[in-house]
Design a protein. Structure first.
Length: 273
């Protein structure tokens, strides 16, 4: 699977769900080690100004570390722990981005605007996806996910970012019981007959992945809803997609489609930029 997985802790209850999911990913391919990272906004503004953690932030980090180490030990896994020394939002974003670059996969939680505004920078996930240089697995703040990667939906528009996401998701795709590709046609249905015919499903089959292929026509309203609807109809437990693409879906800017999925995901999403 992914030899080195980094999972984010922020002191919330949902961090435990992220840890359980990350442990399943590690164990699926016989992995032996996991890295946890604690980062959240300090509730004591004086700690931010002084650039040192307040007592409440230290306590929250200690509880998270204890849970992480005990859970890893219970599964026979070795573990590493990283801790942000203080809770300034800009510092958190910068350091989380840097740490994510040293991992094969970064596991984050979807930002919950009702509960996370006081503990996390709203743009944290966006910046990690955009700047990490690797795949980011985002776990919805609602729902439980007993399985992940058994049935995978790939959103494909032929962009550089989509190609990167497919490559980054290969450990999931090769192990999946079912893979479906949802093609977003950004070019005419009938290209020049002299152009080479290329097909992402055929490319996946050369990697031993028997992928079904569906096509939707992007429109100015509802394309991202259509992707999520297809994922639900297919019973997918993982969506794979490129993020912040240069070949934006019509009606969306480079960031709007990505932000829509970040805000409305119903299943775990693997994004790459």
């Amino acid at each position: 699977m992914y030899p080195d997985i980094l999972v984010h802790f922020d002191g919330s209850e949902r961090a435990t769900a992220r840890l359980d999911l990350a442990i399943r990913l590690v164990l699926r391919r016989g992995g032996r080690r996991l890295t946890g990272i604690f980062a959240r906004i300090d509730p004591d503004e004086r700690g931010i100004i002084a650039r040192r953690a307040s007592a409440r932030l230290v306590e929250a980090a200690s509880r998270a570390e204890a849970t992480f180490r005990q859970t890893c030990a219970g599964h026979g896994l070795g573990c590493d722990w990283l801790n942000m020394p203080f809770g300034d939002p800009d510092f958190i974003i910068r350091e989380m981005v840097i740490c994510s670059r040293y991992s094969d996969l970064t596991v984050l939680g979807q930002f919950d605007p009702e509960h996370d505004r006081d503990i996390l920078p709203p743009e944290l996930n966006e910046e990690i996806v955009r700047q990490s240089g690797g795949p980011v697995l985002l776990v919805p703040f609602a729902g439980s996910f007993a399985s992940i990667g058994r049935s995978v939906l790939v959103a494909w528009n032929g962009s550089r970012e989509a190609a990167r996401a497919v490559r980054d998701a290969m450990p999931f795709l090769t192990a999946a019981a079912e893979v479906r590709v949802l093609g977003l046609h950004l070019r005419p249905e009938q290209p020049d007959r002299d152009l080479p015919r290329i097909n992402i499903a055929e490319r996946l089959r050369r990697n031993g992945i028997d992928a079904a292929y569906d096509v939707i026509a992007p429109n100015e309203v509802g394309t991202m809803d259509m992707i999520l609807s297809h994922a639900a109809d297919a019973g997918a437990d993982l969506l794979v997609m490129g993020a912040f693409g240069t070949d934006a879906v019509p009606g969306f800017g480079r960031a709007a489609g990505t932000r829509f999925i970040l805000g409305h995901m119903t299943i775990p999403v693997l994004m790459s930029h």
